[in-house]
Design a protein around this ligand. Structure first.
Ligand code: V47
Length: 359
């Protein structure tokens, strides 16, 4: 029998026990509660129902092929304009050399970058093809919907054709980035040049229909309201009802330190744990919730495993978005380290591939 300090949680517990869907008003009650441990218990219950004692991780590598971007999103500390002394764009040989340093047991290669003004469409196809040829055991998880839209523009092809050609070249799935927060009011302030939330969802729908699964993210802790967070989650839940193509949801706490929005205070641990738990409870049709340790910090990500998260992302060798954003802490973990973190939290580590199949 679970006890809750907050009567609102008791009511929501009943809904969960009866497999009833939570609505926006339930979501608000969850965000507004101060009974953090009660909220955690609810989310842990759902996590346990879906995954038992398992917590997943992947032996992966990130490739941030270029930080040159034509968009100027205010939250982004990674982007540099072309010609800037810190701007870079890697050629395929350089990328392969970096990846080979990490050994050949990589299971997932996560590829994202800025919207480069002049890299040709062929570069992206060749990149995916070379990665697949050189790392046949790895899944290539490449390009956010924002990049896919860019590729459609520079190639003059439609999104369906671009995604089909990338799939043909070896693409397995899409990462969840670029979603930010779907609310147009906030996008106008944060990232007015970026594709709309509607377009992001439309591209995901096309990918899922082509048999390309994906992740989904939400950037929180900036200018958005709690309602806007919940509307974002409900839009994802709605698309997932139609396509079943989302594998995992990743709430990303905004890291203001080196962005253009330094006046915003970083999220607190309390808020981050609530966000993980509310995601688990609202997204009843998305199988996995990721505690992204690179942004949360490894210690809080470990605690998040008791608040509904079942995935700790991966070992990661080099990741530039957090580095440029001023996030300090661990840069890479060995299998032994990531497994120790999971075991010490009382769970059973399961190494997975990009599609969440145990390896
Ligand atoms: O879309 C950029 C975010 C995202 C900042 O699919 C920032 O498995 C916080 O999507 N503070 C890219 N966030 C990262 C991403 C991702 C990460 C891990 C796993 C997966 C996956 C996807 O990073 C961007 C944006 O929302 N971001 N700048 C910042 N200063």
């Amino acid at each position: 029998m679970l006890n809750f300090q907050d009567p609102a949680l008791k009511q929501i517990h009943e809904k969960i026990e009866n497999n009833e869907r939570l609505n926006l008003s339930d979501g608000l009650k969850l965000f507004q509660t101060n009974d953090l441990l009660g909220l955690g218990k609810l989310a842990a219950l759902v996590k346990e129902r879906l995954h038992g004692p398992k917590v997943y991780y992947v032996f992966n590598q990130h490739v941030n092929y270029s930080n040159i971007c034509v968009n100027r999103c205010k939250f982004c500390a990674f982007r540099r304009p072309k010609g800037h002394p810190e701007a870079y764009a890697l050629n395929i040989e350089e990328i392969l050399t970096k990846l080979k340093q990490a050994g050949n047991s990589i299971r997932e290669i996560h590829v994202v970058g800025g919207l480069h003004p002049d890299l040709p469409y062929q570069y992206y196809l060749d990149l995916v093809r070379s990665l697949k040829e050189n790392f046949p055991h790895a899944h290539i998880k490449a390009f956010t919907c924002v990049e896919i839209d860019h590729l459609a523009r520079i190639s003059g092809k439609d999104v369906k054709e671009v995604l089909s050609e990338l799939k043909q070249a070896g693409l397995s799935c899409l990462p969840g980035g670029g979603a930010e927060i779907f609310a147009e009011r906030i996008r106008q302030k944060l990232c007015p040049e970026k594709i709309s939330g509607q377009r992001w969802l439309e591209i995901m729908k096309i990918a899922h229909e082509l048999g390309i699964p994906s992740n989904a993210t939400m950037l929180y802790g900036h200018l958005e309201t709690l309602e806007e967070r919940l509307e974002h989650l409900l839009a994802l839940r709605n698309l997932q009802d139609q396509t079943k193509g989302f594998l995992c949801f990743i709430p990303l706490p905004f890291l203001p330190q080196k962005s253009y929005l330094k006046e915003i205070s970083p999220t607190t641990g309390f808020e981050d744990l609530k966000m993980i738990a509310v995601s688990r409870l609202m997204l009843d049709n998305i199988p996995h919730i990721k505690a992204y340790w690179i942004f949360l910090g490894l210690k809080l990500a470990q605690v998040a495993l008791h608040f509904g998260a079942d995935d700790l992302h991966g070992t990661v060798y080099e990741e530039k978005i957090s580095e440029f954003s001023g996030q300090e802490g661990e840069k890479a973990l060995s299998r032994e380290e990531i497994e120790r973190v999971i075991r010490e939290a009382g769970f059973q580590p399961v190494e997975r591939d990009a599609l969440y199949r145990p390896v």
